[in-house]
Design a protein. Sequence first.
Length: 515
Amino acid sequence: MENGNEYIAILDYGSQYTQLIARRIREKNVLSKIFPCGASAAAVAGPGLKGVILSGGPESVFAEGAPGVDAGIFGLGVPVLGICYGMQLMAKHLGGVVEPGDVREYGRARVETDPGCGLFDGIPPSFTAWASHGDRVAALPPGFSRAASSAGCPAAAMQDASRRLYAIQFHPEVAHTEHGAEIVSNFLSRICGCKGDWRMSGWIDSTVRSLKERIGDSEVVLGLSGGVDSSVAAALLDRAIGPRLHCIFVDNGLLRAGEAEKVAAAFGERFSFDLRVVRAGERFFRALAGKTDPEEKRKAVGREFVSVFSAEAGKLRSCRFLAQGTIYPDVIESSNVAGAASHTIKSHHNVGGLPGDMQFELVEPLRDLFKDEVRAVGRELGLAPEFIDRQPFPGPGLAVRIIGEVTPEKAELLRQADLRVREETGKPGVRDGIWQAFAVLLPVKTVGVMGDRRTYEHVCAVRCVDSSDAMTADWTRLPFDTLAEISRRIANEVPGINRVVYDITSKPPATIEWE
Ligand code: XMP
């Protein structure tokens, strides 16, 4: 995402807070980009580079193989800020002395600032900060002066204003550090001279411009899943190239009730790209027949998807590009952060293992955005709210929510139960912010009674969780009346299910999905 934007480069030394630094910077309307710690000065440099941040990290600079820094980073002519490990690295690299501290600082630390450091302009001289370190800078490198101290750390901050090098031992990016946001802001505006003019609408305009330039008269194919990321990517490309975008939506027979129709209606009306809905349910059910092992089921669905998608994309001989809805956290996870904007793809988590003779150039217009930024772009592009705020839905779809063998009949049973769970939990006032609410079909039948008739039918479990990132989750304390209504409706309205149970397990030890 060059687009001429000013940006701050963050070298990631593995701190759990690196993404937070990136967020804090973007909140100040400055673009931030995370690079692997080994990135060279040349990889980091760009026309809009305004400053570099060396993040914290779990290592000690004394550890064997501890990550270093390319000396060229200090010669880029832009300010550099080291945070925690980044400070120790800067000190060691520039001739200072780092040693293990007598007192380790983990958690709150009282910081006293010295006058005259731009980082602390407008901030009270004493404040509470969040620190997390064992080592500390014992002697400053030549040319540096101390800028702050704390009980466990005589040099809690240092600067060499003439070379525009700054470092702090505590973490300004975490919410527990008082005035942390102002420190970040001071670095951006006073020290790096950032204008802070990075806006989502501007981002859309410049991204559309660069997509147009890059794609030219060529055509693009995109696998549209109906999830937020691929939907926003499609909307963005639609703005850039309209009908020269070909979206393939694979209906694998394992979607939720009304999903394929909703996607076709929502996109067909509002956008001009070519949407191809491939109804391939039968193939997927054939591939799943007789399989009960969760991993085998996932693999079967994945294989089938690749083969259906490739066959359809293969018909689009004119397409030079394959677009994907990859977003920033995906990029960071696969630690390919500084990856080139354009490379040929052969595998991906969605389109993994396209046949070798299908060579596309990859277009990933969202690869620099966080999830909420992707949502903001979607809103601005006029995507329906239900596409923007939708709950995550796994790629293998209902196959991982039908425990045991998957059949078309079971899929339909589950679709009907699931619809009722979503309708009831989606009612106003039930509970805002549910992460996911869905039904699971169990391979267990139990005895019931309806009218005066004995029934012997399936059990359905209701799973509803609160989470912020799906890494951990707790079961939602749904109102009893909602649970009662879900149970009443499923047992009465879905023939084939006569018992409903509620999953009250958190993650960990369970996972969100049952398979
Ligand atoms: P678990 O079950 O591991 O799920 O707690 C965490 C989150 O990931 C979603 N999920 C998937 N998403 N493909 C996906 O695209 C998958 O194979 C898959 N498996 C789980 C799940 O719905 C939850 O939000």
